[in-house]
Ligand binder design. Structure first.
Ligand SMILES: [Fe+2]
Length: 136
């Protein structure tokens, strides 16, 4: 299964939605690189892009929440920080071991599923608050 952009992933914030689309594409590129025998360089390039993009996207979302005085900012930031730790550990394993079945499984469960769930619930809630606060 490759992740598809669906209506229920839309938060209504144009910038955040565009970034989320890029993130989903980046997860799909990593999955492709891992499962279609595209070689080490492609795996590492897609991995690095996803890592960098995630960090800059989270920073943009956190700025938005700070500006809007989002009351759930500390909890939301913790989700982001925990994900960054998970991702870093995963990236180290992938670089060392290559795309084993176990690590490809982790791309689905710990990265793709986590991101889509986070977007649907936490980001949707946050974007609605930011919009009401008039900060978006
Ligand atoms: Fe978020």
């Amino acid at each position: 299964m490759i992740y598809k952009w669906e209506k229920n992933l839309e938060t209504g914030n144009v910038i955040i939605d565009a970034q989320h689309k890029q993130l989903i594409n980046a997860v799909n590129s990593l999955l492709d690189a891992c499962t279609q025998g595209k070689g080490r360089l492609e795996v590492e390039t897609t991995l690095a892009f996803l890592g960098d993009y995630t960090i800059s996207h989270f920073a943009d979302e956190e700025d938005l929440q700070i500006k809007a005085n989002y009351p759930e900012y500390p909890a939301h930031k913790k989700y982001h920080d925990d994900f960054k730790v998970t991702f870093t550990e995963f990236a180290q394993k992938l670089k060392k071991e290559g795309p084993t079945d176990e690590l490809v499984g982790e791309v689905y469960v710990s990265i793709g599923d986590w991101l889509t769930h986070h977007i649907k619930y936490e980001d949707a809630k946050m974007a609605a608050y930011v919009q009401r606060a008039g900060a978006a």
